[in-house]
Design a protein around this ligand. Sequence first.
Ligand code: IPD
Ligand code: CA
Ligand code: CA
Length: 265
Amino acid sequence: MNPMVNIAVRAAREASKVITRNFNRVDRLTIADKGSNDFVTEVDRNAEAAIINVLREKFPSHGILAEESGHQAGDDYQWVIDPLDGTTNFLHGFPQFAISIALKVKGRLELGVVYDPINEEMFTASRGQGALLNDHKIRVSQRKSLDGALLGTGLPYRDFRFEENYMGMLRDLIKESAGIRRPGSAALDFAYLAAGRTDGFWELGLSEWDFAAGAVLVREAGGLVTDIGGGERFLETGNVIAGNVKVHNAMLRRIRPHLDDKLTA
Ligand code: IPD
Ligand code: CA
Ligand code: CA
């Protein structure tokens, strides 16, 4: 495994201390509203600072793109950080959230770490080296079609531009699959897919930090990640389909009729 994974794991563990320390005192946190249904807490900020501290100390020349503090320019290496993915869950005491850290090198995804501090599940992957859950190899599921498939998704909740498109996709995929889950942390949705716990996933309007690490996990676990039209631009558009290869292709066919230019542009 790429030795930089170990540093990212260490950074994730530092953030997890901030998060778990505060999980039972959510009522006493300062919560700011960034916009419609978009909350940020001191926990998001402090967890992010803890991650950046670890990375900066080891790699002072690397760039950073972090959800709360934004962009810091650097060399060809860029860390992409979501310190707490699933803030709404966290604020409700719903134990499904994660820390997500990815590394891009010259724009290409190189490694990903997603940590669920409640279940103590550390998902790691680096390009060409496979994906691990707590040091055990993971693979995407072997399901061959949508029949019997369990799909993850994210519902629109603050940006309703694609509501009609999304509802059409949901209506069709509900009928064809065994069930749909919306747990509320895109980073963990990808990690679960990589571990074969779900067979496919789609969401519209994600930000890069929500799923950059998750995309590495899924790819390294043998799955496919594309944009919603089947192309490579998933990080730019934030409109994404992922799955084992067969389920991914089946989802793409069902989703296609609901696409328009604004989703693929
Ligand atoms: C959110 C979660 C959620 C997804 C949203 C994201 P946040 O991240 O990943 O599952 O549906 O689009 O914004 O705001 O909790 O870091
Ligand atoms: Ca997020
Ligand atoms: Ca976040």
